[in-house]
Design a protein around this ligand. Sequence first.
Ligand code: GAR
Length: 196
Amino acid sequence: MKRVAILISGSGSNMVALVDSMTGDHPARPVLVLSNVPGAGGLEKAAARGVPTTIVDHKPFGKDREAFEAALQAELERAAPDILCLAGFMRVLTPGFVNRWAGRMLNIHPSLLPKYRGLNTHARALEAEDSEAGCSVHEVTAELDGGPILGQARVPILPGDTAETLAARVLPVEHRLYPAVLRRYAQGDRAPVMLG
Ligand code: GAR
């Protein structure tokens, strides 16, 4: 059984989709949900599912990313995960941390990578008058939102869409894509999952 730690900063809807998928014959189980934001809505949802939670607030560390990551690393080592899933975790990680978890860390990003790395992905897709949008799960490397793609799901962009309506169309497909990729990845299969 593979041990999975999930890092969140917010509502944790992707975390919930991942946790709820890890039952039965799934090759992995959740061992920790960690938030860098003390009040993150996802913490209660994880606790309600019986998953241990912890908080490593980035704020007391100021600009010292390495000290923050040392605290993160200490919590992770106690949970001893085989796989780290970033799920709406909104901190950029340094190459030192990323390299320590190389080949064991996934992220979900709300765009069809390599388009729109970084923030405000849906607004940028609308601005570019794209006809479709979506999400990607990728391995995390030192390049921001740049690692090998493990899965993508597409949705149409419709007339009158705003960043909010588009986000609301993409989020449910994130919830299908991320569990599908994790299941495959936990079996050691890195062939991309393509949905839609
Ligand atoms: C999701 O849409 C995820 O793709 C995005 O944040 C949201 C988190 O929602 N991630 C990023 O933008 C990463 N740069 P959730 O907390 O409900 O899963």
